[in-house]
Ligand binder design. Structure first.
Ligand code: EPZ
Length: 428
């Protein structure tokens, strides 16, 4: 297992470029299957989740070529429709291959996807929508078999699920007739997927709104650039804010981050959004902010809850968090408490009382954004921290240690040589 050693107490300062969005590139790569000729995608971040998506495409018979930040996918050789358990378990986004495979081949076989342990993460909304489109779904020995000739339908999602919206958009392109999705997710990553599909000739109306209309018909070919990663941006902004530092973030999109920018401004930061970039200057010590309630876009993003909590760990006052999107998303709290943070949780609520100082500790990430929160706390803490479970961080942050070093962080990566798997713990 690798470890990140961090000596805290130094304000971060400097300029970095925001990576391409993990939560956009993954649906785009799954969506590559529905293009008749294929697609070329730029600004793909170097992440293990992207590698897993490329491995699934290759396993399904697509030709995949990666040159730096550009990935080309040629799905004309698609032969498979079954995704191996190991690849399904690598990430949540493996479920996003369900819709495109049904659209392209009329059948698909997969098992429960992996992903961050944030409480139960069923896929019932995905299946509800696919069945409305005419797919038959059977479960046997832990496998899910889906098949059928898809027909356009009107689907109302009980919850604006991001993944279910993306899966249903892709499936609907293979359906006969028009599909309308009500209460669709409005996250920018959904709009990014719609933009790439439309660039290939797909007919999709309502991108960015809660009502989408998809006319059946597969797109041809598109070349597309992934949007900036708003959660990576939120993470680096919170790291600079928590350490009393200053950050210029290039290739960021301020309008995707309004609730986070509002919270950091309320905490005392000066934020100047520019054209495609963000500049933040933080005071030595932040102020507590009014309750942070996570919600589907355009509400406060659940993925920024843990990073903001860590940034506010040394703030003056009490900040209340309410996690309304996932059943259990305070896995990072024990580690922050081990560093001296004063946090009390009760169900969906967490009350953070800022303390004057944090101290180093040995902790282990249990999920992607929780791991980022541990890094943000360690960067503020007096003394040295050791952070394990880096496989979680490598799923969503490209070159994380290097980016923090560029900002002046005293960060060292210790490679223990053994490849780390998600969730594997050191032998006793
Ligand atoms: C996407 O996950 C993101 N992942 C998540 O980011 C993000 O937190 C989430 O959207 C919400 O914005 C990717 O895009 C790869 P959901 P997804 O379906 O699609 C429940 C990160 O850190 N639900 O909107 O899985 C579900 O349990 C990750 O980058 C059902 O009950 O999110 C959750 O409570 C973490 N049944 C809520 O809806 C379903 O069929 C939101 O899930 C689907 C979802």
């Amino acid at each position: 297992m690798d470890y990140l050693w961090i000596r805290g107490g130094r304000p971060l300062a400097g300029e970095i470029v925001c990576q391409g969005a993990k939560n956009s590139v993954l649906p785009l790569l799954a969506g590559a299957i529905v293009f008749r000729q294929g697609c070329r995608i730029h600004n793909c971040p170097q992440l293990t989740d992207v590698e897993a998506a490329l491995a699934i495409l290759t396993r399904l018979g697509c030709r995949v070529r990666r040159t730096g930040g550009t990935v080309e996918v040629d799905p004309t050789g698609l032969t498979g429709n079954r995704i191996p358990r190991a690849l399904m378990g690598a990430m949540r986004s493996s479920v996003l291959f369900l819709g495109p495979l049904l659209a392209r081949t009329g059948s698909c076989c997969l098992c429960q996807p992996g992903g961050c342990p944030l409480g139960s993460r069923p896929i019932d909304l995905h299946l509800l929508g696919l069945q409305a489109l005419g797919a038959e779904v059977e479960r046997a020995e832990g496998w899910l078999y889906c098949r059928g000739k898809l027909r356009g339908a009107a689907i109302t999602l009980p919850f604006p699920s991001v993944g279910a919206t993306e899966n249903l958009i892709l499936a609907a392109l293979g359906a006969e007739g028009t599909t309308t999705i009500y209460n669709a997710a409005r996250e920018p990553e959904v709009a990014d997927l719609i933009a790439m599909l439309s660039a290939g000739g797909a007919n999709i109306a309502g991108g960015g709104s809660a009502m989408l209309q998809i006319t059946g018909g597969l797109p041809q070919w598109a070349e597309y650039r992934v949007m900036p990663d708003r959660m990576a941006a939120a993470t680096y902004l919170c790291a600079a804010a928590g350490t009393g530092g200053e950050l210029r973030l290039l290739e960021a999109e301020p309008r995707h981050l309004q609730p986070v920018l509002q919270a950091l401004t309320a905490a005392g930061c000066t934020i100047s959004p520019g054209a495609g970039e963000l500049h933040l200057k933080a005071p030595a010590r932040l102020k507590a902010v009014s309750p942070v309630r996570t919600a589907p876009y355009p509400g406060f993003p659940t993925d920024a809850q843990a990073p903001l909590m860590a940034a506010l760990a040394r703030s003056r006052g009490v900040t209340v968090f309410e996690e309304n999107v996932f059943a259990s998303r305070y896995g990072h709290v024990p580690a922050l408490q081990a560093m001296g943070a004063n946090i009390r949780t009760a169900g969906a609520v967490a009350a953070l009382t800022g303390v004057p100082e944090l101290h180093g500790a040995q902790v282990e990430a249990t999920d992607l954004r929780g791991g980022a929160a541990m890094v943000i706390a360690a960067l503020q803490a007096r003394g040295i921290s050791r952070i394990g479970g880096l496989a979680h961080l490598n799923r969503g942050y490209a070159d994380f240690p290097r980016q923090l070093e560029l900002l002046g962080g005293d960060v060292k990566l210790e490679r223990r040589g053994l490849p780390d798997e998600l969730g594997r713990t050191e032998p006793a």
